[in-house]
Design a protein around this ligand. Structure first.
Ligand code: K7E
Ligand code: CUA
Length: 665
């Protein structure tokens, strides 16, 4: 549309919008200041910036005035960057990076400190320390099916690991490695009260993956699995010794939907590559992407984890110990009524349970439909033992027509589905580059059930999408963010590697409306959005040097006046404090070959008074929050004079906050 005509149309629409804002505003009379509607200066800005009525409306809906807060936190996976990024919604301002599997020198994460070394050591894969990860699915802890704002979990698909973040300080508390599998994917879901974190494998491997078995024995000896990790909330830890694992066929496990409410106790994991194709193109095998897409149907695993838990507790479930993990064989899971399957359309992705737990939506990447399974029908078919047969592993397969409630033709490349608070579903369409809204069985607006209602173009190639609270039993609705894989022309060019693109969409009305674009770095997969008031992060560690977190603070805490250097043979312990604008001690004299243990306590109590500790030429940078103690051990193996300084601009005399570490040959 011609911008001038648009501008003409503008006055009515935006005038109304502003009027609404004025009415809703907290008593501030915007109108009075605008003398007769819009105000000439506002009109001039709109004209100069060539804004359309929709642009102005979007701006009004997303603008968060300086000093004001956003309504929601969004935690978005950073993909190969190995982190989770924290955004405010609706402004989409980036507020924090939470490094989990990768280093972050700003936060001194993995840049010399002992705590990260310990975390990375917990997360070794095949005996090797990994300093990156591929985060796909962040998940928030839940209580009675609702986000409680206490913990954040994230999986590392590349190395089969899980990180646990404490949302009191936004620090990683634990990284666990599943010793059975190389890669994971469908985890990132918690049971209704965070009893378990549920981790599913991705690519089939021998169990454990560190055992060599040739690919020729794929069907016989390769397997997938689902591991249930009990979560000890008081400790903030997943307990490896209490896990149980159910062995699954070596189809590629994709995504898991946790049962909710009526279906609590069950998990639904879709799979692809039911063909069990393995790659070998130089020997003329068909390409994997073709070989793994031959069959019309794949399998949805339907797992009664509650029953497995109960039988285990009673000693009535047989398992093998593999790499210290309790692994229930497929045959045992089938015999005890724990594992079933349903046929599902070709190459599915997404397995998303509705908030009431009655339906499970699965998207066929190569099928233009989303398929909605009915939990009730699944239960009835299981009770009636109404199976069409078994798969190659003896797992009963439910008849597709017996368990499907509906199929909605949504278009090309459906991936993930989330739900709002009004009976609608939203599916991300990778190939069509759109978000498609459709009705569940009882849409609030009275539309026909199971019907496509709107397709909103997004830019471009959406992967996941998130509705505020979309993963809970009572979504908040209101906003949806689509996490797009390609940005193409949506941001200033920055070289051949483009940013990814997050787009904020208003879903509060009968039709979806695009509000904003936010280019981001790192590939976003899933994200979760929680009401801001659910989080109560600490402003400083509760007591100087002591926190509930494992910082060994009590052992190495240094209080003012107690600073000292203790020598014990070649070990030199330096108990140091940091306070605006001084390190005490600020001179450390060492001999080459000595082993230094720095214990630095930030004795500030003031909010935001973080100090850094950068030591030249030693690959060390620490970030020491108020009240925290950070430890670092290293051997001085080179002589020289090495200044250290505070790397956080903390005060007017910050530049003077420094010292020397000297090493005599
Ligand atoms: Cu669709 Cu790993 Cu959740 Cu990415 S997965 S998009
Ligand atoms: Cu402390 Cu700068």
């Amino acid at each position: 549309m011609n911008k001038k005509i648009q501008f003409g149309l503008y006055t009515a629409a935006a005038g109304l919008a502003l009027f609404a804002v004025a009415l809703l505003g907290s008593g501030k009379n915007i109108f009075a200041q605008m003398s007769g509607g819009l105000g000439s200066s506002l009109e001039a800005i709109i004209k100069a910036r060539e804004l359309s009525p929709d642009d102005v409306e979007a701006a009004l809906k997303t603008f968060v005035p300086p000093g004001s807060y956003d309504e929601y936190y969004m935690f978005a996976s950073g993909g190969q960057a190995g982190n989770v990024e924290v955004f405010g919604v609706p402004s989409m301002r980036l507020m924090k990076n939470i490094p989990i599997f990768s280093e972050d020198s700003w936060q001194g994460y993995g840049i010399g400190d002992n705590e990260t070394k310990k975390l990375f050591a917990q997360g070794k894969a095949a005996g090797m320390t990994q300093t990156w990860g591929d985060v796909h699915h962040p998940a928030l802890s839940v209580t009675k099916g609702m986000y409680d704002g206490q913990f954040l979990f994230a999986n590392d698909k590349a190395n089969g690991r899980i990180g646990v973040v404490d949302l009191r300080d936004f620090h990683v508390k634990q990284i666990v490695k599943n010793p059975l599998i190389a890669t994971n994917h469908c985890g990132a879901k918690l049971t209704e009260n965070s009893e378990y974190y549920v981790e599913g494998s991705q690519f089939g491997t021998p169990l454990p993956y560190t055992k060599f078995v040739p690919l020729e024995r794929y069907k016989e000896e390769y397997r997938g699995l689902v591991t249930f990790w009990p979560f000890n909330r008081a400790e903030g830890k997943l307990e490896q010794s209490k896990t149980f694992t159910i062995e699954l066929p070596p189809y590629y496990q994709d995504l898991g939907g946790m049962g909710k409410q009526v279906s609590n106790g069950w998990v639904f994991i879709n799979t692809y590559n039911a063909e069990m194709a393995t790659p070998d193109d130089l020997k003329g095998k068909p390409p994997m992407e073709i070989a793994a897409s031959q069959r019309e149907m794949d399998y949805l695993h339907i797992i009664n984890w509650k029953r497995a838990e109960e039988l285990l507790a009673k000693g009535q479930l047989k398992y093998n110990r593999i790499s210290g993990m309790r692994v229930v064989p497929i045959a045992e899971a089938v015999a005890k009524g724990i594992l079933y399957q349903a046929a599902e359309p070709k190459s599915p992705h997404g397995s998303d349970v509705t908030p009431d737990g009655r339906f499970i939506t699965v998207s066929g990447k190569l099928d233009p439909h989303v398929t909605i399974f009915s939990f009730d029908k699944i239960q009835k078919a299981i009770a009636a033992k109404n199976f069409e047969g078994k798969d190659e592993f003896g797992i009963p397969v439910l008849r597709f027509k017996d368990v499907v409630e509906a199929q909605v033709e949504v278009g090309l490349g459906p991936l993930h589905t989330e739900y709002d608070d009004k009976g609608y579903a939203y599916t991300s369409m990778f190939l069509d580059s759109s978000i498609n809204k459709w009705s569940l069985d009882k849409p609030a607006g009275g539309e026909k059930p199971w019907t496509l209602l709107q397709s909103l173009p997004v830019h471009y190639n959406t992967g996941h999408l998130v509705v505020a609270g979309g993963d809970t039993i009572k979504p908040y609705g209101k906003y949806l963010v689509t996490l797009n894989k390609w940005s193409l022309d949506r941001a200033l060019p920055v070289g051949p590697l483009h940013p990814q693109n997050l787009q904020l969409i208003d879903i509060s009305g009968p039709t979806m409306k695009l509000l904003s674009d936010t280019p981001v770095v790192g590939e976003p997969h899933y994200a979760v959005m929680i009401k801001a008031d659910k989080l109560k992060p600490w402003k400083a560690y509760p007591e100087v040097g002591y926190s509930a977190l494992e910082r060994k603070a009590s052992a190495t805490l240094t209080l003012p006046g107690k600073e000292r250097v203790e020598r014990n043979g070649k070990d030199v312990h330096v108990f140091m404090t940091a306070q605006r604008s001084h390190f005490t001690p600020d001179r450390i004299d060492l001999n080459q070959g000595e082993r230094v243990h720095l214990h630095i306590t930030n004795i500030e109590r003031a909010e935001d008074a973080t100090h850094g500790f950068a030591l030249s030429s030693h690959n060390i940078n620490l970030s020491i929050d108020p009240g925290a103690t950070v430890d670092v051990d290293f051997t001085v193996d080179r002589s020289g004079v090495f200044p250290f300084y505070c790397s956080e601009f903390c005060s007017a005399l910050h530049m003077e906050m420094m010292g020397y570490l000297t090493v005599k040959k």
